[in-house]
Design a protein around this ligand. Sequence first.
Ligand code: KG4
Ligand code: ZN
Length: 335
Amino acid sequence: MIILGIESSCDDTSAAILEDGKILSVVTHTQNEHIEFGGIIPEIASRAHLKYITAIIKQALTESNKTLEDIDAVGVTHGPGLVGPLLVGVNTAKGLSYSLSKPLIPVNHIEAHIFANFIEHDKEISTPFVVLVVSGGHTELIYVKELGHYELIGKTRDDAAGECIDKVSKMMGLGFPGGKIIDKLASKGDTKFHRFPRGMSDSLDFSFSGLKTSVKVFLEKHDQEFLKANINNIAASFLDSVTDSLAKKLLKAAEKYNCDTVLLAGGVSANSMLRSKLDKIVKSKKMKLFYPSPKYCTDNAAMVAMTAYKKFQLHPSQAGSALDVEAIPFLRLSE
Ligand code: KG4
Ligand code: ZN
């Protein structure tokens, strides 16, 4: 079975071709139009998706040596996300599905981040597991008793972890998005340089706004020369706080729900400090930890194609007619 996956929920225009569970190609265009604004501008994102989506799909087909006629089904992210960007992907997918007379499989963006883990670890992952979905828009702990059944067991009460990282990066004058930049600086810094606070220690919920304020106060208290000389140490101390909260809650959730398998998903799961912290802990506890390669952590259509494939295998009847699929900005995971 050959699936064309399409992703356009935020600022990445992406298309992928999957054949029988194997990714043949994935082409992603990350919009740099937003850098000067320090955040995503939805109207600009929608227009950029419109500009690139056809060329991206064509390139994904060329790189996989397939043609549109080879496609058996189209999978598309239909939410959650920004409505304009979602509409571009959904309507492109509807047009293709309708004209090719092939099923259209609507995919939840969060479910796709979770399924990104199956691109490289399909045979190794078994349910039940707890997954931490951590990105620019989401910080959620989800208990997965079996594939397709999701229980939200913890979430952020304010900023998402990625949002906090991006805002701190902006405060430090490091650019947008900040995740990759701060990750790199932190790898050369000392985590013990300064202890920033850890939020919401008792529950499975997260909070990052106090940490953000604490970094702001710290930056305001010191002169430019000091900050410049200690930029790596500040990045490392800040990420130490973010990753401590994320790792601690994931393990707490695993214990509470009696799972020895834990997964990371979403853009922030590409973070090297988070991965290495968890790698060490799970080894000592004899647990299993999975995370996707960095290219499958941030938004991409390979995870959409994979989710569509799995959903089609589990519930072939759920593949909709092209005309029934809608963009749903606040789409929730089915529980
Ligand atoms: O999953 P994603 O591409 O988009 C959303 O669905 O939000 O995640 C983007 C987020 C951004 O906040 C970005 O700064 C963060 O993921 N990110 C990282 C790293 N790479 C991307 N955060 C920490 N370390 C990284 N290496
Ligand atoms: Zn995402």
